[in-house]
Design a protein around this ligand. Structure first.
Ligand code: ATP
Length: 234
């Protein structure tokens, strides 16, 4: 794992409450566009400033594993769930850096919205010591980045995905992905109203959700495969 030219490994963190195509499709696009060897989807405990997730952490991770099974290059990494309490991204990246060794290119993927608030993150300047930042842009991103962030980014900016392989960390790359108007918030709202969310996530995930009665959606029994998901299991 110490070949400096090896394809980068990437991390996509999130709550995944629940996972949906808005997570999976951009990840698949980034795998291809950036020539990544793998994207590790890291379900997290929820940061204190957000409402707590409706589904327990282990159940969210299980659904995520169901979602990525059979998608080459995507894997679930439970490292944040193995630590108690909220996890800081900088610690997650440091842990992965230890596992990968110092030379392997590592990328941290984030949405442009999250990137706008980067300077509020715990030890934000240490993030690029561990990884490159890959900022997903979706057509229609309008809000300007804070000037101080633009200034910080200037010497780190990469314009060519090939540059990710030339160093283990330190760059900032913007990469366009498809805009899919899907959010976990919208899905939870839909389910709480008793409406189906089928089509917004892989069918196998939908069936697992629907048969478990999570998010307030009426439990749908499945004769062939009873629901395995315990929504209260954390
Ligand atoms: P919530 O609605 O609960 O805030 P979410 O659907 O935004 O959740 P998260 O788990 O918070 O999902 O997102 C994890 C990552 O996936 C973030 O980097 C986020 O920017 C990205 N993401 C979420 N939805 C989409 C989407 N529709 N298209 C592209 N990226 C997305």
């Amino acid at each position: 794992m110490s070949d400096p030219q090896a394809a980068p490994v990437a991390v996509l963190g999130g709550t995944f409450d629940p996972v949906h195509y808005g997570h999976l499709r951009p990840a698949i696009e980034l795998l291809e566009a950036l020539g990544l060897s793998q994207i590790r989807l890291v379900p997290g405990h929820v940061p204190p400033h957000r409402p707590q997730p409706r589904l327990g952490a282990q159940a969210r991770a299980r659904l995520l594993e169901t979602a990525v099974a059979g998608i080459p290059g995507l894997a679930v990494d439970r490292c944040e769930l193995d630590r108690s309490g909220p996890s800081y991204t900088v610690d997650t990246l440091a842990g992965l850096r230890r596992r990968l060794g110092g030379h392997r290119p590592l990328c941290f993927i984030m949405g442009r919205d999250a990137f706008r608030g980067l300077m509020q993150w715990h030890q934000w300047e240490a993030l690029t010591r561990q990884a490159h930042l890959v900022v997903m842009t979706r057509g229609g991103d309008a809000e300007a980045l804070p000037p101080a962030l633009v200034e910080w980014m200037r010497p780190r900016r990469m314009h060519d995905p090939a540059a990710l392989r030339r160093s283990p960390s330190g760059g900032v790359l913007f990469q366009a992905v498809s805009r899919l108007e899907i959010s976990a918030t919208g899905i939870r709202r839909c389910l709480a109203l008793g409406r189906s969310a089928q089509g917004l996530m892989p069918d196998v995930v939908w069936h697992e959700l629907a048969s478990s009665g999570c998010y307030g959606y009426p439990q749908v029994s499945r004769a062939s495969s009873p629901g395995r998901l315990n929504p209260h299991h954390v």
